[in-house]
Design a protein around this ligand. Structure first.
Ligand code: FDA
Length: 470
């Protein structure tokens, strides 16, 4: 068993862990990043599948994501706009397709008015939420004890308006059914992106992509760390106490003053803590779970939908694929569509054979774009549910009542163990921007803690020396 010693050991080479590691290095602390997989990036993963470059995990950047934008600039990465020329499509409850432009789906005027009113009401509520402290809202407890579905049902009996408003948070963001998360959790999701209106606006929330893929962020950050990033090193146990931490993988022991757990909170229990984590963390961690969505990539010899005047943007809470977009790569002559199949729909299609699943999903895409959608030259499903070191997509959220009860301790360090991940973020929650923010924050907390422990050790040393001189 090889042994190394560092100031800080970081568990997970995703955007959060690698950001923290680089900041700590810059502050003069030594680091080791232990990554379970044989690659860096975690939920950021660009790969070539059957000759097509696909972003299997996260890819989009929105204008408010300053931390991510700063990282892109600092790393010398350039961005391009999502294709958005032409009309979007919406499929209503009876299966009828309507083309439209703008944000508001083309529904009956009465339903449209209800949707606009609900968006305004949600924007006003979101404006009162601090994404870093949603539990501090005066009505946090009440908002956390009612599901988003129940809240919508109280606001209106227009089912189509409810289905559409729910879609922006449930299928599209938390990737859980709207009965499974609270209204406070929904408000946090919207507050983390600036407003509910921002979630409704696909041109805002899915604004840009990175030339060459977003995984370049962790790849370039890891490159700067060189041999201090160790792959195929799943941390199995973590001993901790006043003297620091000792992590053990299958073939390595790492001793450090501090540890950062930089991965999804649902994976904390994969590590055996010695002594065990405190009661509060044992309870808290059980109230978080990953959402579940299949990201479907379909590549065609050309972006045929553009010939019909379509932007590729498509929505329907009544379709298997509730949203889909033109996802053609920068400079690519071929056309790529990306569709999403979320929560219970994803469970359902995983009951089918791979062939049947593909047929059902492409059938759904053909409802938006016509029969040509059924014949891609490359087809791939990102299935993060079967990834041992992620276990779902996009990220983790609290069950009903969990956010106001436990949220404030999500990031509270336990002795020398600190926490960082997109799933713990306020602004940028569940996004790469949030992962980077959490990486910066945890690094600055550790630098401060490290200075105060060094200062305390220094003054103890001085007084011991003074004592011995007397
Ligand atoms: P992340 O999970 O990426 O990294 C944690 C790392 O820790 C992993 O590499 C894991 O292997 C490792 N690990 C876990 N346990 C370990 C152990 N015991 N020992 C060692 N290593 C361990 N975001 C966005 O901004 N725009 C977007 O378009 C999208 N779209 C999107 C699509 C899909 C399909 C997914 C799955 C996700 C997105 N996201 C996104 C979300 C975004 O990808 C995500 O929020 C961040 O990449 C998470 O980064 P973290 O570093 O926090 O965790």
């Amino acid at each position: 068993m090889a042994e190394i010693t560092r100031d800080v050991l970081i568990v997970g080479a995703g955007a959060a862990g690698l950001t923290a590691a680089n900041d700590l290095r810059k502050a003069g602390l030594s680091v080791a990043v232990l990554e379970a997989r044989d690659r860096v990036g975690g939920r950021l993963w660009t790969d070539v599948i059957d000759g097509a470059m696909l972003e299997i995990g996260g890819q989009w950047v929105s204008p408010d994501q300053d931390a991510l934008k700063d990282a892109l600039e600092e790393l010398g990465l350039s961005t391009y706009s999502r294709y958005r020329e032409g009309e979007s499509v919406y499929i209503g409850p009876s299966g009828e397709l309507t083309r439209f432009t703008g944000d508001i789906f083309p529904v009956a005027p009465a339903t449209e008015k209800i949707m606009v009113d609900l968006i305004e009401r949600l924007d006003a509520m979101v404006a009162e939420i601090d994404p870093d402290r949603p539990w501090a809202h005066p009505d946090a407890e009440a908002l956390d004890e009612v599901s988003f579905e129940q809240w919508l049902a109280v606001q209106t009996d227009d089912q189509e308006a409810r289905d559409n408003i729910a879609l922006f948070i449930a299928g599209a963001m938390l990737t859980k059914p709207a009965h499974a998360f609270s209204t406070l959790q929904a408000l946090l999701m919207a507050a983390s992106a600036g407003s509910f209106s921002n979630l409704v606006d696909a041109d805002f929330i899915l604004d840009e992509r990175v030339v060459g893929g977003l995984q370049q962020v962790p790849l370039l950050l890891a490159e700067r760390l060189g041999d201090d990033v160790l792959l195929n090193q799943p941390v199995r146990s973590l001993e901790w106490g006043d003297a620091g931490v000792t992590a053990t993988t299958d073939d390595l022991t790492v001793r450090a003053r501090f540890a950062i757990l930089a991965h999804a909170p649902v994976l904390y229990n994969r590590i055996s803590f010695v002594p065990p984590m405190p009661r509060r963390q044992h309870q808290l961690h059980q109230h978080l779970s990953m959402g579940f969505v299949i990201k479907v990539h379909a590549v065609y010899d050309r972006p045929f939908w553009r010939e019909q005047g379509l932007s590729g943007t498509a929505f329907s809470p009544y379709e298997l694929s509730h949203e889909a977009y033109d996802n053609t790569n920068h400079g690519d002559e071929r056309g790529t569509l990306v569709g999403f199949v979320s929560d219970k729909h994803a469970d359902g299609v995983f009951e089918l054979s791979a062939e049947e699943r593909k047929e059902r999903i492409l059938e759904s895409l053909s409802h938006y774009y016509g029969p040509e959608a059924k014949n891609p030259v490359v087809y791939y499903e990102s299935d993060w549910g079967s990834e041992e070191w992620t276990r779902g997509a996009y990220a983790a959220s609290f069950d009903l009542g969990g956010l106001h009860r436990y949220g404030k301790d999500l990031r509270t360090p336990v002795g020398p163990i600190h926490f960082a991940c997109s799933d713990l973020a306020g602004a940028g929650y569940q996004h790469v921007d949030g992962a980077i923010r959490m990486g910066h924050l945890v690094a600055s907390d550790i630098v401060e803690a490290s200075r105060s422990t060094s200062a305390a050790a220094g003054s103890a040393h001085t007084s011991a020396a003074a004592g011995s001189a007397q």
